[in-house]
Each structure stands twice: as structure tokens, then as C-alpha cells.
Design a protein around this ligand. Structure first.
Ligand SMILES: Cc1cc2nc3c(=O)[nH]c(=O)nc-3n(C[C@H](O)[C@H](O)[C@H](O)COP(=O)(O)OP(=O)(O)OC[C@H]3O[C@@H](n4cnc5c(N)ncnc54)[C@H](O)[C@@H]3O)c2cc1C
Length: 260
């Protein structure tokens, strides 16, 4: 089976997020990693390939530097990597990102597309479902388990307090949760091979059936008006009183903030 995995290179937010003075993300000051949900999606694809045979293609849209995550994916076991990079694609919102990815995927053969549930920088969780809309295929989001039987994919979709088992005919798109699995490490041989592997680079002209009005900043219906750091928490308050008074005070505060 042919599986396409969409991977995004994201700033590593583990050690906090750094901003430039103008409020935009200071990507240069933070290490870059493969988005965790995407890594789990890639691992799921590789396990399906181990079981059923086939081919895994990884694809990313980003700056030329995003090639790093593609090489990491190749070192883990992906067969083919595609980097979509072009100045006109910069500043894309989720609509323009998903339109661009769709333009690339239309050129590929696929049975299954896997994206992460969400990217840890944009955090919208919109690109996967939008991509399925562009391609006119079903989507199963929040997948915590995936298997393929015949021409169908069966996935557990996570909810807060339960999960649903869903079955869809291939081709289908799945959005993967990082809880899906424990991604494998790159192998030393894989790292050497990936270092020398050819990466296919596509620009605007390589995208199929995508309008200029649907790409880049110009094709983005949303514009970020302002970005700022989180408001810092105030200092704590010590309440002196009987346990009853203290509990009543806390309940009042929680009601004030619509927590309860
Ligand atoms: C107005 C506006 C302007 C923006 N300008 C910029 C900008 O200049 N530079 C910038 O870096 N970001 C910019 N962003 C953020 C950018 O739009 C989002 O990062 C992007 O649209 C993906 O959305 P997300 O990160 O929320 O992904 P989600 O929807 O949370 O991602 C879900 C999954 O989709 C896949 N995916 C998402 N993005 C990609 C990708 N690029 N390649 C491959 N797979 C992907 C991954 O599998 C991911 O796990 C902008 C956003 C807005 C709204």
C-alpha cells in the first residue's frame, strides 16, 4: 500500500517559547524538531508498511531547512521525501497550507494519508481535515490505533472519556495522536543513507490544480493581527480563615471565573 505522511518541522517548545521584540515567534532561537504527532503518524505508516508492504512518502511544506525532518524520516525508514518550498507559499494560514499540500498530494498515488492531529506551534488541528476536504476523501481524526483490513482502514478515534471504532474505505486520511505508538529510533545505517538520499523539491509550478488565490499569505483568509506573550500569572494570595470560610472563598473565586 502507498502511504503519504505529512510532516511539519516545528520549534521545540519543551524549553519554552521565545519571541522577537515585535511579538512574532523567534524560530532562530529555538531548536527545530519533527512535530510529535507527525512522528507517531510516520511510525504508524512504517508499521503498516512492515505488515502489508508498500511505500511511505513523507512530505513537508516549509523553508529549505525543513529538509532536516525529511532526512530524519528517511533515516527512520521512509522511502521517498518531498519538500515543497517557494517564496510565494510563505505566510500561509491553514487554508493555504492545506491547499498547497493538496496540490502536491494530487500528483502522488496513495491509499492512505496520515497527518498529525495538530502541530505544536500553530496548534489549530485544521490542516488534516482541510486536506481531506480538498481531496474529497473521508477523514478519521484523533486516531489512537490504526489497522488496515482489505480495502478498509479501521481506527480508534479518541474522545475525552471513550473512543469510537471507525471503518472507512481507502483512500482515506487519518490524523494521528502522539499516544498512537512509541516511534522507532533512526538506525545508524539509515542516517548515512538519509544523509545522501535525494529529496524531491517542488515549487509553486509543481502543484496540481491549485489556484493562486489559495496559496501563501495572499491566499490566506486569516491574518494574524497581533502576537504577544502569555499574560504572567499574578502572585498567590494567602487566605486566613476557618476551613469553611476558606472553601467558600475558593468556590466564589472559581464561580467568578466561570470555572464552576
Ligand atoms: C495569517 C497567518 C499567517 C501565518 N504565517 C506564518 C508564517 O509566515 N510562517 C509560518 O511558519 N507559519 C505561519 N503561520 C502558521 C501556519 O499557518 C500554520 O503553522 C500552518 O497553517 C499549519 O497550521 P498548524 O500549525 O496549526 O497545523 P495543524 O493544523 O495543527 O497541523 C495538523 C497536521 O497537519 C500537517 N501539517 C501542518 N502544516 C504542515 C506543513 N507545513 N507541512 C506538512 N504538513 C503539515 C502535520 O501533519 C500536522 O500535524 C501563519 C498562520 C496564520 C493564521
Amino acid at each position: 500500500m502507498k502511504i503519504v505522511v505529512c510532516i511539519k518541522q516545528v520549534p521545540d517548545t519543551k524549553n519554552g517559547v521565545k519571541f522577537k521584540p515585535d511579538g512574532t515567534l523567534d524560530r532562530g532561537a529555538m531548536a527545530s524538531v519533527m512535530n510529535p504527532d507527525d512522528k507517531a503518524g510516520l511510525e504508524a505508516a512504517l508499521r503498516l508498511k512492515d505488515r502489508h508492504g508498500g511505500e511511505v512518502t513523507v512530505i513537508t511544506m516549509g523553508l529549505p531547512k525543513a529538509e532536516e525532518v525529511l532526512r530524519e524520516a528517511l533515516a527512520m525508514g521512509a522511502d521517498q521525501a518531498i519538500l515543497i518550498t517557494d517564496r510565494v507559499l510563505g505566510g500561509a494560514d491553514t487554508w493555504a497550507t492545506s491547499s498547497t499540500l493538496a496540490g502536491a498530494v494530487r500528483k502522488l498515488e496513495y491509499d492512505l494519508i496520515i497527518t498529525g492531529r495538530q502541530a505544536i506551534d500553530g496548534d489549530t488541528a485544521q490542516v488534516g481535515p482541510q486536506l481531506s476536504e480538498h481531496l474529497g476523501i473521508p477523514v478519521i481524526s484523533y486516531a489512537q490505533k490504526i489497522r488496515v483490513e482489505g480495502d478498509c482502514v479501521i481506527a480508534e478515534r479518541q474522545f475525552e472519556d471513550r473512543y469510537h471504532v471507525l471503518k472507512a474505505k481507502l483512500p482515506c486520511l487519518i490524523t494521528a495522536l502522539s499516544e498512537l505508538n512509541e516511534p522507532r529510533y533512526m538506525t545508524p545505517g539509515g542516517i548515512f543513507d538519509a544523509y545522501e538520499a535525494d529529496i524531491t523539491v517542488w515549487g509553486r509550478g509543481d502543484l496540481k490544480d491549485v489556484a493562486d488565490t489559495d496559496i501563501g499569505l495572499k491566499g490566506s483568509p486569516t491574518q494574524i493581527a497581533k502576537a504577544s506573550d502569555k499574560v504572567k500569572k499574578g502572585t498567590g494570595e494567602i487566605i486566613n480563615g476557618t476551613p469553611g470560610e476558606t472553601a467558600a472563598f475558593i468556590v466564589e473565586k472559581l464561580k467568578e471565573r466561570h470555572v464552576i
